[in-house]
Design a protein. Structure first.
Length: 241
């Protein structure tokens, strides 16, 4: 989904960004930070997400945007001992027991006056049975405060363009896996739940080498009054650190 999703100013409305499941690796570590990499090996990725109100087209300020994704080898923090080369036939929150208390490649930011958050991370790898993706949850809060959190309005997944992903997966940190990634079109969540509209716009940070990193961006249009069914209040209570 790009920044042209919204209509002209005379008709300030946007198409709602498609929701997708939170997946089995959701946690609530309550980490407010821009740099979520924790020194993880991988190709750098600078991420810019703009959150807008689908009803008005205006920026959503003070919302808490959480992201989480796997490392270059396909592992998620909290589940670092799960073999990412072996497909796991589950998708619901809580369906896979935690293995550790690591927190790499997770974190949240409050949107600024323009409805924007920025993250410094690495380009995600993949785990068996999925294409490359980044999970996102948008919570409506009061006063930029977890204690005044209202509700989760939107949960989704962002996908990476195939050309950039192929280049990244050929680098040292990502290569040599027993499993192979699915293409976006092979991924059932991408194919059946609006993945094309959830694909990041990506370009390289340097003309010299793709390994210097990428910049990815998109606009996410939400209904601020909606209550997502993909992450419930009890899920936060279950997975705090």
């Amino acid at each position: 989904m790009d920044d042209n999703t919204c209509a002209a100013p005379s008709q300030p409305a946007c198409l709602l960004s498609p929701e997708q499941i939170a997946g089995p690796y959701f946690r609530n570590p309550k980490l407010i930070r821009r740099n979520i990499s924790e020194g993880a090996d991988g190709v750098p990725l600078i991420l810019r997400l703009a959150i807008v109100d689908a009803m008005t087209g205006q920026p959503v300020t003070g919302a808490l945007v959480d992201i989480w994704h796997c490392n270059a080898r396909g592992a998620y923090s909290g589940w670092s001992k799960i073999n990412p080369d072996k497909e796991v036939d589950v998708g619901e929150i809580g369906s896979i027991p935690r293995t550790d208390d690591d927190t790499y490649l997770r974190g949240g930011q409050f949107t600024d006056k323009h409805g924007v958050v920025r993250f410094t991370t690495i380009y995600p790898g993949f785990y068996a049975g999925r294409s490359l993706h980044i999970h996102v949850a948008v919570r409506i809060t009061a006063g930029n405060n977890y204690l005044q959190e209202r509700h989760v309005a939107w949960v989704g997944q962002l996908y990476l363009p195939e050309a950039a992903s192929r280049s990244v997966l050929n680098t040292r940190e990502y290569s040599g896996r027993k499993a192979s990634p699915l293409t976006n079109d092979e991924d059932i969540y991408y194919k059946h739940h609006g993945g094309e509209a959830s694909t990041l716009s990506v370009h390289t940070l340097s003309r010299k080498s793709n390994e210097d990193g990428y910049f990815g961006s998109t606009t996410i249009a939400i209904d601020t009054f909606a209550v997502s069914s993909h992450i419930k209040p009890e899920d936060f209570d279950r997975y705090t650190v």
